[in-house]
Design a protein around this ligand. Structure first.
Ligand code: NAD
Length: 420
């Protein structure tokens, strides 16, 4: 990551642009520039070798104007306040664009789960949850999985919070294991939402799905489910990557075989995968492949000033949060490359998190079919709304998404007025 890159500046830039088109004054959007609450915590942990290590963690609530803060917990060595702040703000606008009754929050711990044992990860999770407990709760702020965390981590968070409260609190986190009140369909929801977005954009552009060439960066929760569903839908996934590098095969990769290999052990990486006819490529090379669809599904700032000019894809579907730096956005626009923005394309995760929370607080269970159908309805109508507003303003899809989202957040803020 370049030293000068600050993802929160990216957010402010696009919010200001949307506010300008909407005719808002500076004071209409002034409060949106400042996260409502920021908590930094120290997390002492007894490591497996008997030593004590202190990890740094954060929980930031960008906005609660439209409802409780909502957003994931990231375990990654690069976690820092500017990143968490940006991720929290993106959640505010993501929840607004798909019109679910939440604000935005995010959290993270500076650590590398790939180098930690399960006991150490659980110890970090429990102490972190205790440290942020005053901020979270089903009516205040509801965490979920993000990079480096998963259903097991959410289960430990739910258990820790429940122990502190003295009773079972299912609705404090989403993305939990099914046996702890997790929603059927949640683990695949973000990738499924990306798949619906791909189908919607291909339909609008009149491109048949069958044989459409795709490259996907990141093979975690989001990238792997996206790859699986697009492969099943007949698209040709020619390249995938993870932190260890990428694989390329002109005829299309055997995605089920790759996913089976990755799921055998959480420490398995693509660098150890073997398949006849594959070429090993770097993450940088993957991004510059000549493909119809490029799907960044790893981290932010992957498409930036240094490589934007070299991008050859026709359409970028942002499955990761903030994969395109704003300077790169301007270059892609000039190159006529369509970008479907993160706050729309990857919203499937938070939509099904919302379904999980609704089921938890009402103590009801929905079938997976119901969850997937409701998800499709929301993703399709949000996509249409963004497409139409972008077209009528002769704007990019990102600007279109922010026109809808910023208006919803500002309307809520105005209706509440400033307290006291
Ligand atoms: P994950 O931890 O399951 O997977 C991350 C993937 O990125 C892994 O394959 C990892 O090897 C790879 N990666 C890590 N560092 C990398 C690097 N420097 N270069 C290339 N690849 C790298 O995370 P995830 O949950 O799949 O999240 C991926 C992205 O999607 C993030 O931007 C996240 O914020 C976003 N997102 C996740 C969800 C969700 O429900 N999990 C929802 C919305 C958005």
């Amino acid at each position: 990551m370049s030293k000068t890159y600050n993802p929160y500046d990216n957010v402010l830039k696009v919010v200001s642009e949307a506010a300008g088109i909407l005719g808002y004054s500076d004071s209409d959007i002034e409060a949106l520039k400042y996260p409502e609450r920021e908590l930094k915590v120290a997390i002492p942990v007894r490591m497996d070798d008997g030593s004590t290590k202190v990890f740094e963690g954060y929980r930031i609530q960008h906005s609660t104007s439209r409802g409780p803060a909502k957003g994931g917990i990231r375990f990654h060595p690069d976690v820092n306040p500017d990143e968490v702040r940006a991720l929290a703000a993106w959640m505010t606008f993501k929840c607004a664009v798909v019109n679910i009754p939440y604000g935005g929050g995010k959290g993270g711990v500076v650590c590398d789960p790939g180098k930690l044992s399960e006991d150490e990860i659980r110890a970090i999770t429990r102490r972190f949850t205790a440290a942020i407990a005053p901020l979270i709760g089903p009516e205040q702020d509801i965490p979920a999985p993000d990079v480096g965390t998963n259903a097991a981590v959410m289960g430990w968070m739910m258990d820790t919070y429940s122990m502190l409260k003295g009773h079972c609190v299912h609705g404090v986190v989403t993305g939990k294991p099914i046996e702890l009140g997790g929603a059927l369909g949640r683990s695949e929801a973000t990738g499924r939402g990306v798949m619906f977005t791909v189908k919607n954009v291909l339909k609008k552009k009149g491109i048949p799905a069958q044989g459409t060439i795709v490259a996907i960066q990141g093979m975690g929760n989001v990238g792997s489910v996206t790859a699986k569903l697009l492969y099943q839908g007949g698209l040709k996934v020619v390249a995938v990557s993870d932190v260890s590098g990428g694989l390329y095969k002109k005829e299309g990769l055997c995605i089920p075989q790759i996913l089976e290999y990755l799921s055998k052990d959480r420490k398995n990486l693509l660098s150890g995968y073997q398949e006849e006819g594959i070429t090993r490529i770097s993450n940088a090379e993957l991004l510059e492949l000549d493909v119809k669809l490029l799907i960044p599904a790893a981290l932010e700032n992957q498409i930036n000033l240094s490589n934007a000019k070299k991008i050859k894809a026709d359409i970028i579907i942002e499955a990761a949060n903030g994969p395109t730096a704003s300077e790169a956005d301007d270059i892609l626009k000039k190159k006529n490359i369509m970008v479907v923005p993160d706050i729309l394309s990857n919203a499937g995760g938070v939509v099904v998190s919302y379904f999980e929370w609704v089921q938890n607080i009402q103590s009801v269970n929905w079938t997976e079919e119901t969850v997937n159908e409701k998800l499709k309805d929301i993703m399709d109508s949000a996509f249409d709304a963004v497409w139409n507003i972008a077209e009528s303003n002769n704007a990019t899809l990102r600007t279109g998404a922010y026109l809808i989202a910023v208006k919803r957040v500002v309307d809520a803020k105005k209706a509440r007025a400033i307290w006291p």
